[in-house]
Each structure stands twice: as structure tokens, then as C-alpha cells.
Design a protein around this ligand. Structure first.
Ligand code: ARG
Length: 398
């Protein structure tokens, strides 16, 4: 019997998908669950997949690889889609794709399957990714193919076939979580004019309930990698998780936006990304200190491009690799300490130092210590404006 590797979340959709694929395609279904966010109940996940008809279940803790190979490059690129969204979901998908294809090869499977709908960006990321890595794999997307029109019909199907469905009340939102952030959409959020109620948020405290006192966190960067918090060393995953906790407590990292999906629809999404927001702010502050003006400005243009590319599902492409090389070229300069104040929903950089700093107090000061040459400035200003002066006055005088 041919095999299919299904990206399995343990939810209703992918649980029904196991049975549905077996019946409609006659394939042996092997499940793969990537663990890149909350710690899963592995036993429960495995049992559910088995009861729904999976022959085998892979559950892998991919957080270290996610942090190192996906989050870190995007962080260095300071990638935020449309200037706001730090792209937790967009970064998680290519990692899932990579492992889906790897397991398919290991198992000799000719098919892979996913539980994305036909309206979102995720179907694009998964399908384009799989086709790029191995065009011979056939892709099955049950949610785009099956006949169920509502969640109720799906639940009935599950009941008839003894597929275990979660007893906990389903959240009214569609949620995707990993350590780089949470994406929340649908339900009441579909009206872009409605303020999200507090129950829509998972990781961040309501601003009204955050501590009165600010909390300061010093992030130590070493060649583009955040290594320490308040002087204490952390591996990347723990550092991100710690910042999610600290930032979340102060209500940092809430984002409410209407974004342009690749498939042409505008969608209202809310995000929670405390660690991402704090790290992005702090890296930017370090860049302000150590990068020269031209590099700093040009890099911003490419950040926009990088975010777009990754959001559009083009992770496994030559341009993304080339952009990573660009952003990595001077990461050695990103060494130093950045002090961030967390308070009432804000993460504000209040201090920065670096051995690679280009900042010169002697040049910047308005005090007696000033060493800046007024004379040089005068000459510069004249030449800068020269092309625009009327022809008959275009004579250089001292
Ligand atoms: N709009 C975001 C993106 O395309 C998040 C999608 C999250 N998916 C979800 N099922 N909530 O990256």
C-alpha cells in the first residue's frame, strides 16, 4: 500500500483527515507533528492519531532547529510583514515542510498531506515548499477536497467513525502558536472595527492588569545572536521563551492589523509576539549604533523584501538564501548590550553599548568637548547644494 505523510496537529480537521484519506485514497497514513510551540501531550496526540487510523506517528521537538535556522535569519533580517507582523506562522511552515519531505523520503511515501484551508497563505507555503524540495511528491489537501460544509458535519463524521474529538470547548478563533508568536483570527475578529476581547489573547496580560512598575531587561548580543538576559546566558529557545514570559506579563507584543494575504484577501489578524517584538526592537537599536548610514538604510529596503518573500511561501528559494548572506555579512558588528524597558504594553529601548559602536560623543556633543569642524560642514553644504543653484551664481567662493 502506498503511504502518505500527514502534517498532524491533533485537532478535528487533521484527525478526520486521517480517516478520510484512508477511505478516499486508499493510503496508509503516517502522522507527523512538529513541536515548535507549547509542549504537547505526546501520549494523547499519539493515541488520537492511532484511534483515527494512523499506522505510525512521528512527534518531534523541532524548537532548536526552528530557532536556529528559521527565527534567527528572520530576526537578523528584521523581517516584519507589512512592517508589523514578525511572521511566526510564516516561518514555522517551511520547517514543517522540510520535515514532511524528509519523513516521506525515509518512509518511501509518494504522498504528503496537510490540513490547511484553501483561503490562507499556509496552503501556499506548504505546497510550494514541498514542490520545491521534491516535485515528485503528490500533495493531498483534504480541507480543499472533502464535502463537509460545517464543523458540525465534521463532528458527525468523527462520531460515526469513532474518531476522538477534543472534549474541551473549541476556541471561537483560529489559532496558530509557536515560540515566535501566536496568530489569532476568525470569529469576532472578522469585523475589523471590533476591538478584540481579552479572551482572544493567550500569552499577553491585559494592559490594565500589567504591573505598575516597569521592568528592565538587558539583552547581550554576540555577533548577531542574543546570548544573555540580564547577564545570564540562555540558549536561543530558552531566551525566546523567557522573553515571551517577561514581555507577556507586561502586555508587550500585541499586534492588531488588517493584512494583505497572498491569495488576494484582506484579513484582520491579531498577534502576540512578546519575544519577537523585544528582540526586533533591541536588534534595531544595536544596528543604529554600529552600522553606517548607507548600509543601515539599504538594509531596511531588503528587510521589507525578505518579509514579503517569506510570507509568500518562498523560503526555499535562491533569493531568500542570497538575502540571508546579505544580512549575515556584517553580523559581527551586532555585538553589545541593549537595555529595554517593559511597561504597560511597551518595549522601549532606553540604552545601548557596543565595542563596535560608531557613535562619537566628541562629534555629537553641543558642549565644550565638541571637536566637529564647522568649516568642513560649510564646504560640504555648499557642494551638496551646488547642482541646484542658478547657473550664474554657480561659482565656488570661500
Ligand atoms: N496570517 C498569518 C500568516 O499568514 C497567520 C496565519 C495563521 N493561521 C491560523 N490558522 N491562524 O502567516
Amino acid at each position: 500500500m502506498d503511504k502518505v505523510i500527514l502534517a498532524y496537529s491533533g485537532g478535528l480537521d487533521t484527525s478526520c483527515a486521517i480517516k478520510w484519506i484512508k477511505d478516499n485514497y486508499g493510503l496508509e497514513v503516517i502522522c507527523f507533528s512538529a513541536f515548535i510551540g507549547e509542549v504537547p501531550d505526546k501520549k494523547l496526540l499519539r493515541r488520537r492519531a492511532r484511534l483515527a487510523g494512523a499506522s505510525k506517528v512521528y512527534i518531534e521537538d523541532l524548537r532548536p532547529e526552528f530557532a536556529q535556522d528559521f527565527i534567527l535569519p528572520a530576526l537578523l533580517a528584521e523581517a516584519k510583514y507589512e512592517g508589523k507582523y514578525p511572521m511566526a506562522t510564516s516561518l514555522g511552515r517551511p520547517l514543517i515542510v522540510k520535515h514532511l519531505v524528509k519523513i516521506a523520503h525515509r518512509e518511501g511515501a509518494r504522498y504528503v498531506a496537510h490540513g490547511c484551508s484553501g483561503k490562507g497563505n499556509d496552503q501556499v507555503r506548504i505546497e510550494v515548499g514541498v514542490r520545491t524540495l521534491d516535485p515528485s511528491l503528490k500533495i493531498i489537501a483534504p480541507l480543499k477536497e472533502w464535502e463537509f460544509k460545517s464543523r458540525e458535519e465534521e463532528i458527525d463524521y468523527a462520531k460515526t467513525h469513532k474518531i476522538p474529538v477534543s472534549v474541551t470547548k473549541k476556541s471561537p478563533y483560529s489559532i496558530d502558536k509557536n515560540i515566535w508568536g501566536i496568530a489569532i483570527e476568525a470569529g469576532l475578529l472578522e469585523d475589523p472595527n471590533v476591538e478584540p476581547s481579552e479572551d482572544a489573547y493567550y500569552m499577553t496580560q491585559a494592559i490594565g492588569k500589567t504591573p505598575k512598575a516597569a521592568q528592565y531587561v538587558t539583552i547581550t548580543w554576540d555577533k548577531g545572536v542574543p546570548k544573555k538576559l540580564n547577564g545570564k546566558a540562555y540558549d536561543l529557545v530558552s531566551l525566546i521563551e523567557r522573553l515571551n514570559t517577561l514581555g507577556g506579563r507586561h502586555g508587550v507584543g500585541r499586534i492588531d492589523m488588517v493584512e494583505n494575504r497572498l491569495v488576494g484577501i484582506k484579513s484582520r489578524e491579531i498577534y502576540e509576539a512578546p519575544a519577537a517584538v523585544i528582540l526586533l526592537e533591541s536588534l534595531r537599536a544595536l544596528g543604529e549604533l554600529v552600522y553606517d548610514r548607507e548600509f543601515f538604510h539599504y538594509k531596511r529596503l531588503l528587510s521589507e523584501k525578505y518579509a514579503e518573500l517569506v510570507y509568500y511561501g518562498l523560503w526555499f528559494t535562491p533569493l531568500r538564501e542570497a538575502l540571508d548572506a546579505f544580512f549575515g555579512r556584517h553580523k559581527g558588528k551586532l555585538t553589545g548590550n541593549v537595555r529595554v524597558k517593559l511597561h504597560r504594553g511597551h518595549a522601549i529601548v532606553v540604552g545601548r553599548t557596543s565595542p563596535r559602536s560608531l557613535y562619537s560623543e566628541k562629534l555629537a556633543t553641543y558642549s565644550a568637548k565638541d571637536t566637529f569642524s564647522r568649516e568642513a560642514a560649510n564646504g560640504f553644504v555648499k557642494l551638496w547644494g551646488l547642482p541646484y543653484e542658478k547657473p550664474h551664481t554657480r561659482e565656488l567662493q570661500n
